[in-house]
Design a protein around this ligand. Sequence first.
Ligand code: GCO
Ligand code: MG
Length: 383
Amino acid sequence: MKIETDQGIYGLGDATLNGRELAVESYLAEHVLPCLIGRDPFQTEDIWQYLYRGAYWRGGPVTMTAIGAVDVALWDIKGKALNTPVYHLLGGSSREGVLVYTHANGADISETLDSVRKHIDEGYLAVRAQSGVPGVASSYGVSKSGKPYEPAQRGLPSESLWSTEKYLNFVPTLFEKLRVELGPEVRLLHDCHHRLTPIEGARLGKSLEPYHLFWMEDPCPAELQEGFELIRQHTTTPIATGEIFNTVWDAHDLIRNQWIDYIRMAIVHGGGITHAKKTADFAALYHVRTGFHGATDLSPVSMAAALHVGMAIHNFGIQEHMPHSALTNEVFPHGYSFVNGYMHPGDGAGLGVNIDEVLAAKHPYQRAYLPIARKLDGTLTDW
Ligand code: GCO
Ligand code: MG
């Protein structure tokens, strides 16, 4: 999304909500953008409150993504108008670069090991490892085409079958092999993608302790925040969650009770830079660090926003980095870079990302859905 000022400056925001994009577009076009005409783009706090409180209906992914898109675009404008990178406006650089992790996957343990090795050779210091599970036709995070993992597909949602029993028996053998082969240095992460119950997450965390993961992500759905208390009581494996959260209230109990170690709310789905900064500052009081969502369904605009926040806050933990396709990078020329495991947002004014609208127009929107999952007996479960 692009917001233009009467001074000729424009800012970019990302309004993407994977599989539900047009709902955000309509919310923005019909209800938000008319209210912005004539406002001062420097009033990021007041405009945020206006869109959040002023709507009366609060929270939720559609609303918060729309607010996030506007907020990020306004920070971009502010940086450009002041001729400074956004991170300077958020506290300046608290570090030399932003530690990132990327995704490795394979059909089995040996392919996954090769994939992790390949990413270490590319310079990554942290890698998330997902593998096909024997006896499970299609596991979360594993590409069928050998290409980087892209979950949304054209047509109606695809359906996959899932077995928690087979998964729990398998995952410790994967990480045992990775640690034996790769040694103690590389940071290894794993995403359970909300598929376990708290006690199952506790069992997995406990069985992974010898392989000292950097984190175990989304062990169970997090609507029930106290579910994490149960996991926490049983394991020292660090826990990350929050990529589907939209406000600090979704994580309030998780943070203040120190049931998690990393908060993953995406800048774009969590009300933009303004709200991400507040969430991070609240989390800092409780030793919770950030690990903002950064899958490819979030555009380079989101990636840049996350890098600016990650440079500035004290309790930055790690940033997800799933490199975009060459075409996406061409549509969004950007100043951020990756060197030896760390990313830097660049020192251009604003976010440091642009858009080639002519090229973008050659690729019109096509509907795509995330898959759904069922247990072996046909019961719908969490994908
Ligand atoms: C991650 C996520 C993604 C999401 C996807 C949904 O950790 O990067 O779990 O793979 O499933 O972004 O749109
Ligand atoms: Mg995830």
